[in-house]
Design a protein around this ligand. Structure first.
Ligand SMILES: [Zn+2]
Length: 92
């Protein structure tokens, strides 16, 4: 009987870790982990489980950068990368 209980606990722990990215997604913009209600964009982008399987942007970043969907996020990431490369080349 005790073995069964142990199995159930292990199962619940695994389930918890699988659903953790759903409950506490990490923002693709600021990288912070927040509870689900703080996110405006949350979409599964691949079949892989965990944090790589979905992309999310928190409400704060959406408001700050005026993001409406993941396309806007991609554009922002590209612009940020360009700016960083320019800054690096200026330092050299
Ligand atoms: Zn954010």
């Amino acid at each position: 009987m005790r073995k069964l209980l142990l199995l159930v606990i292990i199962f619940l722990v695994i389930l918890f870790f699988l659903y953790l990215p759903e409950l506490f997604p990490s923002c693709a913009c600021c990288g912070k982990k927040k509870p689900r209600p703080f996110f405006r964009i949350h979409r599964a982008v691949s079949l892989s489980l965990g944090y790589r399987g979905c992309r999310s942007v928190c409400t704060k970043c959406c408001r700050k950068h005026d993001l409406k969907d993941l396309k806007d996020l991609d554009r922002l990431v590209r612009i940020n990368r360009k700016v960083r490369i320019r800054q690096l080349s200026d330092d050299l």
